[in-house]
Design a binder for this molecule. Structure first.
Ligand code: BT5
Length: 264
């Protein structure tokens, strides 16, 4: 019998002021990001969590496989005072916070594939989907969707070679409520730092966890596909690539970056 996520247990382990102070749990839903979008009147920091998503989604309408009661499927509703440009940076902040929490709980050596995948032994452990929406009263909302493979033993055929879970990596079953509390606590810590000091205060730490830096990458842009070398992460969270003797900045909205050797 798989354990269920408990809002009470999460709250007991939380050390936050606003993130996760209001938690709404679902057994089954279409997508926790969609739940958050339907509840924009909820306060900043409200977290929507589901045991199962029927239409879990990734970027560009891709599917997020959400096996019942195996992973974490959650969305944090944020009402930040930032401009549209900073939303991409906020995705990196969520990646950093989630990576830090997973490391603390599992002690696994994990890395972040720019911009938003957390990987372990070259496979995807976690994906993040940030969506920006406006409420009727013009408040800007960011819905930060986080999916983590926790106790999954296996994956559907299409992703079986590229996906992994904490269980697959360590052979340990994790308490998902405790991991959620750790992610929310880390998220508030990084989020506050980001709001006060900007991404530049976090870019060095992000770079040390990067699986993309100092590697050859494949850039897929609307203009076509080409190879480049990833040389840095800028203070605004963009990827710096060296290509054809020039150095260029790549923002997450424009291109997707795929490693040439294996998944990373
Ligand atoms: C992401 O998109 O990685 C963002 C995933 C965000 C999921 C969370 S769960 C809570 C919240 N509610 C939602 O509906 N979504 C968010 P992207 O970078 O586009 O990656 C999607 C690709 O990852 C797919 O096309 C598959 O190749 C692969 N994939 C799908 N499910 C996976 C899984 N469970 N584990 C690893 N890889 C997966």
């Amino acid at each position: 019998m798989k354990d269920r996520i408990s809002a009470n247990l999460i709250k007991k382990s939380l050390d936050t002021i606003s993130i996760g102070r209001n938690i709404i749990c679902f057994d089954t839903t279409d997508s926790t990001n969609a739940e958050a979008k339907r509840s924009l009147a909820s306060p900043h920091g409200t977290v929507f969590i589901a045991e199962h998503q029927q239409k879990g989604r990734g970027r560009l309408s891709r599917v997020w496989e959400s096996e019942k009661s195996s992973g974490i499927y959650m969305s944090i509703l944020l009402k930040p005072q930032i401009t549209g440009d900073s939303v991409a940076q906020l995705t990196l902040v969520a990646g950093l916070a989630t990576a830090s929490a997973i490391k603390k709980i599992s002690r696994l050596p994990i890395l972040i594939k720019w911009p938003n995948d957390i990987v372990s032994s070259g496979k995807k452990l976690c994906g993040i989907l940030a969506e920006l929406t406006q409420s009727d009263n013009d408040t800007q909302n960011v819905i930060m969707g986080i999916g983590v493979n926790v106790n999954n033993r296996d994956f559907p055929e299409e992703i079986s070679h590229t996906a992994t879970s904490l269980f697959c990596e360590t052979n340990i079953i994790y308490n998902r409520s405790e991991l959620i509390a750790a992610i929310l606590s880390e998220f508030e810590r990084y989020y506050e730092k980001f709001i006060v000091h900007g991404f530049s205060a976090l870019s060095e730490e992000y770079s040390t966890l990067s699986a993309t830096l100092n590697r050859e990458v494949n850039i897929v842009s609307p203009q076509g596909e080409y190879r480049a070398f990833a040389v840095g992460i800028t203070n605004d969270g963009s990827l710096l690539i060296s290509y054809d003797g020039k150095t260029e900045k790549v923002t997450s909205g424009e291109v997707s970056v795929r490693g040439i050797y294996g998944y990373i």
